[in-house]
Design a protein around this ligand. Sequence first.
Ligand SMILES: [Zn+2]
Ligand SMILES: [Zn+2]
Length: 372
Amino acid sequence: MTTPKTTSQQQSSTEDTHVVPDTMRAAVLFGPQDIRVIEKPVPEPGYGEVLVKVAMCGTCGTDLKIYDGHFPQTPPFGEFTPGHEWTGTVVALGESVDEFAVGDKVCIEAHHGCGRCDNCLIGKYTACLNYGNRDKGHLASGLTFDGGFAEYVLHNASSLYKMPGSVSFEDAVLITTAGTGLYGLSATGGYIVGQDVAIFGPGPVGLTTVQACKQMGANRVILVGTRESRLEMGQKLGADHVVNARENDPIEAVLELTDGAGVDLAIECSGATQTPQQCVEVTKRAGKILFVAYYAEPVTVDLSAVVRSDITMYTARGEGGNNIKRALSLAARGKLRGAEMVTHRYTLEDTAEAFRAVRERIGDPLKVVVVP
Ligand SMILES: [Zn+2]
Ligand SMILES: [Zn+2]
C-alpha cells in the first residue's frame, strides 16, 4: 500500500512525473445525510478509461437528493462517492486511450452510455436502457458510479473534453451545467433566432441557458426568479428582462413584455412545483415548453390548456448529445461565462458543510464547489 506507482509514460508532458498514490481521500455516502471523508484506494483506469486528479467538483440540487438518499440507482451506502460536476487534470490512461495525454485539463459530462442498447444506438445515451449497469458499460459519474468529491476519479474517455488554456477550472464546472440547457434546446429543435424565450429559475442551469439562448439569437430572453442577487447575475450575463416573482406576478409580467402574446419558448429550470403551470400560461399558442428540472413532489399542470393552445412540451435529461463540446466552444470564445457563478469553495473534508450551504442557502450561494 505504500509503494507509489507512476502514471502512464505515453506523453512527454511536464506533468507525466505526477505520482499517483495507492490511496486517496474521498467523500463516501454512508446513509441519508451521512457523508464522511475516508481513505479509499485510487481506482485504476480500465479499457477506454481515464484517471483524473480532481481540481474541483461542483454541487447541485441533484447532489442534495442523492445526499438525502432519494435518488434512484445510486450505489449502496458505505461505498459510493457522489459528485458529477468535476474537472481536473489527466494523470493516467487506460488501454486504448489515445485521445488524451497525461497533463491534459479536462471537463466532463456525467453520462457514458452502454453503447449497445436501442437508445444509445440512436444517440440518446443519457436515457441508456442499461442505466446503472456497469457490467454492460454504462456509467454516470457521481450518480451510478464514483464521482468527483474525491482526490481522483475515473471516467470513460468518451465523457471527457480537453479544455483550452483560456478556460479555467471554475468555468469547467459550469460547462457541465450548461450542457443540460443546450441539450434541452437541441431537443426543442433549437432554432430560436428572433424568438422570445422565458427562463424560469436563475440557478446555474438557468443562468447558463440565458447565455446560450442569447448566443443562439433569441430576441428577448426574460429571466424569472425570486432571488434578487441571481436576477442581477442574469442581467449581467445577458438576460434582456428579469422578473422577480416575489414582487410581480410572473405571468402578467411576461405577457406584458411580449405584448400579450406570450413567449415562443418557456424553459423550466427552477424545480419549483408552481412554475410548470406558469410556463403554460406564459407560452404563446403553438409555442414550446422545455423542462430540465427535477421536482420534490408531483406537479399539477392544466393539461387541457396545453392541448387547447397546441403547446408542445419537451424534457431533457442530463447533458447528452455532445453538448459539452458545444458548451466548451462557447466558453473558449468567452460567450459562456461560468467562473463568476462560483461563489463558495469548501475543502473536501467539509463536503457535508458544502451541502448544508447549498440547502440552507448560507451566504446566498450560486455555485458551491468542493476543492480536494
Ligand atoms: Zn448537477
Ligand atoms: Zn445504452
